[in-house]
Design a protein around this ligand. Structure first.
Ligand code: PHE
Length: 351
């Protein structure tokens, strides 16, 4: 019987070791050491064995059972390892493999211009400021010498906010960057050399207007500031931004918040300021040699006063105009301004 038991053990262990998966291991377990398995049925014959041999055979059977169990555990662990190994191989990350490049975007053409304008002014001691783009009527109009109901306000086709009214009036989506003037003055730090670039909003939308656009506003307040300084700064900007061959001209105009006020023109880049091409035909771009850039003037004493500045001691100039328009005047060729903000990548990728 001992030989039979040993033969059973060898067979069982061989089968277990060759089991290809968990199902095969389980079958072998049931077959050899299960409750109705071969080892059990063999032990039933123990009754026919000599009483003196019984303990020896009993002990042997126990040892064999343990050996088979050990083989089963071992095989199960091996199979598990193989499974994890295969999984690891499948999911292995090769850290030396070149990566997939994430498509990189770039700055919007208007953002480029904003940065360029900032740089130009920072070079001569101006600092970029940040002021609200949703502001009180007071800063957008009233403090700029435009009392409530003044007809001059009509020019700024303003969006009013559906928000509670305060002592400073209603809230507006800033229709120009001039709201920064009195805000900057109220900081109480002089002299002021501000370049404020921000979003502006007006109720307009056509080929040459977008309801959201950008303006940049210069403000310079110090003792003895004159129109000469204004001209010098404008000339400097125009030559830096448009090219050294361009010149400026001031045309009398009217703003409530500057006195005197001007419109600034720059010489046309296409005809060199002559207003005509080589054959004497009118220039198609400007027709008269000049292009209109934007507004400027000497800060009105009433505005200095609103800003808490003594107009007898200090004077200043301000200017302001649109970034988008400035880009187009430099040669950005688009026939509808609205394409700038349509998020059309085919357009945006060009810049
Ligand atoms: N804020 C004016 C506009 O939107 C421009 C301007 C700025 C004029 C500063 C004079 C001084 O048209």
């Amino acid at each position: 019987m001992q030989d039979q038991l040993n033969a059973l053990k060898l067979e069982a262990i061989q089968i277990v070791e060759k089991a290809v998966d968990e199902g095969a291991v389980e079958n072998a377990e049931i077959k050899y050491i299960g409750r109705k398995g071969e080892l059990t049925s063999m032990l039933k014959q123990l009754a026919h064995v000599d009483a003196s041999e019984r303990p020896i055979i009993g002990a042997l059977a126990n040892a064999i059972k343990q050996d088979i169990e050990a083989a089963i555990i071992q095989r199960r662990m091996q199979l598990e390892d193989e499974k994890m190994g295969a999984l690891g191989e499948r999911e292995r990350v090769d850290i030396t493999e070149p990566g997939v490049r994430i498509e990189q975007g770039h700055m919007h053409v208007v953002t480029h211009a904003v940065n360029e304008i900032t740089d130009i002014f920072e070079k001569i001691g101006f600092s970029r400021t940040r002021h609200p783009e949703i502001d009180w009527d007071y800063f957008a109009f009233e403090s700029l010498n435009m009392p409530a109901d003044h007809p001059a306000r009509d020019e700024w086709e303003t969006f009013f906010m559906d928000a509670p009214v305060s002592m400073r009036g209603r809230m507006v989506m800033t229709p120009h960057t001039s709201n920064a003037q009195v805000r900057e003055m109220q900081k109480g730090v002089l002299p002021i050399r501000m370049i404020n670039i921000a979003k502006c909003y007006r109720r307009q939308s056509d080929v040459s207007h977008v309801p959201m656009f950008h303006q940049f506003e210069g403000l310079y307040v110090d003792t003895d500031v004159s129109i000469t300084h204004l001209r010098g700064i404008l000339d400097y900007f125009v030559k830096e931004f448009f090219g050294s061959d361009r010149v400026t001209r001031l045309r009398p105009f009217h703003f409530r918040f500057t006195e005197p006020s001007f419109e600034i023109d720059i010489s046309c880049g296409a005809c060199g300021g002559s207003g005509a091409d080589h054959d004497g035909v009118k220039c198609k771009i400007c027709k008269r040699g000049w292009l209109e850039l934007g507004g400027a003037g000497m800060v009105h004493p009433a505005v200095l006063k609103a800003g808490g500045i003594d107009a007898k001691k200090y004077s200043g100039f301000a200017f302001g105009w649109g970034v988008e328009r400035t880009c187009i005047m430099r040669g950005l060729k688009i026939d509808d301004l609205r394409i700038l903000y349509k998020n059309d990548l085919r357009f945006l990728k060009q810049f």
